[in-house]
Design a protein around this ligand. Sequence first.
Ligand SMILES: Cc1ncc(COP(=O)(O)O)c(C=O)c1O
Length: 394
Amino acid sequence: MGLGQEIVSLEKQLIVQTYRRAGFVVERGEGVYLYDSDGRRYLDFVAGIAVNALGYGDPELLEAIDKQARRLIHVSNLYHTEPHVRLAQMLVQNSFADRVFFCNSGAEATEAAIKFARKWGRAGGQDRYEVVCFTGAFHGRTMGALALTPREHYQAPFRPLIGGVRVAQYNDLRSAEQAIGESTCAVIVEPVQGEGGVHLASAEFMAGLRELCTERNVLLICDEVQCGLGRTGRLWAHQLYGVEPDIMTLAKPLGGGLPMAAVLVREEVACCVEPGDHGSTFGANPVAAAAAQVVFRRVAQDAFLARVRDVGSYLGRKLHELAERKREVRQVRGVGLIWGIELTKEAAPVVEQGYAEGVIMAVAGPNVLRLVPPLIIEPEHVDQVVQALERILA
Ligand SMILES: Cc1ncc(COP(=O)(O)O)c(C=O)c1O
């Protein structure tokens, strides 16, 4: 039995089967390519699901991780360390936020955001605790985040869910208005829904939502776990809409592949949170924070973001052209380097055929193909993926 077969069969035997993994073993990555245990090369248009913004083996990232790991890998949040404070400086200087809370994953960032919003909602003798979320949303799989992820498929087996959640229609301002009540403390929205099938919020919706939240004195939380930090060609996805949230969650690309997430908040929210209200053993990890400094410094550069916009619009153009030629493509949606290709058929077999073509793609729902490549891809990589799709959808 080869190494690949052995690992695949041991995985089936030993690992809780929460994932449907591809049938090969990924051994290493280089640039925008992954290599499996048989030495096969794949062009990676998933990037760890919107994580590996700088691709694989970035020398500056590796050096920062190596340097920090040799110095200090972990110490409790009972003590001060420098890397997360430097990272917070960067995030605060380049956003609406005044303070940052660090944790390790998108779901954890959602949980922290809910807790901070509830703490704010209960300040000064008020009793506001409800959170409004939207159809098609995905905010994570922990019980709090799951309650804000209103799809039967995710929620049904795990009821009862936590209470205090109302669901409104995405891109429907009237529905949001109706969902906000006396007890609402926050509205949580993805400016671009990723898992839900790559749907962009409309400009009117985001502007209206901001206005509505301000009017009704409710916090606006932007979940930018997937769409934030350069993915849309803007540093923050909410900048596409010219609005600012009161809380923003970040995760996937932040740590350069190491577990790292952040909740960015305005001072009026931060000042409601006291020592003991929340915490995380691994949050603010020095190595992850050192890696995140490199990712942030690189991605936040105007020239880097301009390249994401350029190569992103090239990808968009090529996908729209493909849609004109292929009847199996119902719609193409996206911005920057997050694209969804809605098919008239199931997307999973197309992903499978992609592997045979040496291309890695993902799904976002049953009939949507999702492309979220490293942010460093070149037009030639776009051509390779589109040519592969051309063959697969023949
Ligand atoms: C918008 C959004 N929020 C939250 C999450 C949850 O992140 P994690 O898987 O790191 O818990 C995801 C994951 O896909 C996401 O796309």
